[in-house]
Design a protein around this ligand. Structure first.
Ligand code: DGL
Length: 268
């Protein structure tokens, strides 16, 4: 029964688990099948061609596993490979990215005038956020900044300490961010340092991440299309293309629960 098939989620590594976690919380009856492409991590520095190639292969893997929905839980792949994955998947499953739901959610926000976006080099250089925002809103000033050290810093466990505080201060003291009222965390790793970022701005800047927003959009889709699970119990599976104990250890921080990673090198 298609309703009881899993929601497929993928990222370059374990960052997308922050979004998987939000889905698990909002839709506890839905099974998840997660693929972290740890063999090709980080995506932020790769060419658009490579990201499209990786994303297509992973989407194929998730379809083979019966995914009823595919979520690209990586901003870099969302920016560079969304249309490509949509074309590849066709009518076999609905494909979601993590950028469009966030851009749409801005419509309801009061006092939004100056908006910052931080993300990987790939996401920021793609100009995806500013383009999508300017197509839907004409009165928001958008300032983008690549913050490539954040993802490896988080993965190495530098959180709420002197090193992470120094890196956050160095990036976010960006003069163009002066008088910014809202900041989008355009990388699925960044929710881990969300509170630290809010604190850096003395809690005066609204900080948005994609987790809950995307989870709600998937919920709406499942209800509207009659695809919500009817099974009483969810079963999750987590795959990585390269396994190390370190990935398993840090995945717990992103999913807020101990999980077992299974090695599945789909590139062989
Ligand atoms: N989690 C990925 C994203 O949202 C970034 C990490 C990477 O560079 O692979 O863009």
């Amino acid at each position: 029964m298609i309703q009881n098939q899993p929601i497929g989620v993928f990222d370059s590594g374990v960052g997308g688990l922050t979004v998987a976690h939000a889905i698990r919380n909002l839709l506890p009856q839905e099974s998840l099948i997660y693929f972290g492409d740890t063999a090709h991590l980080p995506y932020g520095d790769k060419s658009p061609e490579s990201i499209r190639h990786y994303s297509e292969k992973i989407a194929g893997f998730l379809l083979d596993k019966g995914a009823k929905v595919i979520l690209i839980a990586c901003n870099t792949a969302s920016a560079l490979a969304y249309e490509h994955v949509q074309e590849f998947v066709g009518n076999r499953a609905k494909v979601f990215n993590v950028i469009d739901p966030v851009v749409e959610s801005l419509a309801g926000l009061p006092n939004l005038h100056k908006l910052g976006i931080i993300g990987t080099k790939g996401t920021i250089l793609s100009n995806s956020y500013p383009q999508k925002i300017s197509m839907q809103y004409d009165d928001i000033e958008v300032i983008s900044l690549a913050t490539p050290l954040f993802a490896p810093m988080i993965e190495e466990g530098f959180i709420f300490d002197d090193i992470s505080n120094a890196v956050i201060r160095s990036y976010l003291s960006y003069p163009a961010f002066e008088s910014m009222d809202t900041l989008i965390l355009g990388c699925t790793h960044y929710p881990i340092i969300k509170n630290q970022i809010r604190k850096f701005f003395n809690f005066k800047v609204r900080v948005i991440d994609s987790g809950q927003i995307v989870a709600h959009q998937i919920k709406d889709h499942l209800l509207e299309s009659g695809l919500a699970s009817t099974a009483g119990k969810a079963e999750h599976q987590f795959f990585v293309s390269d396994y190390t104990e370190m990935f398993e250890k840090i995945s717990e921080m992103f999913f807020e629960e101990k999980i077992t990673l299974q090695l599945n090198n789909i590139w062989k």
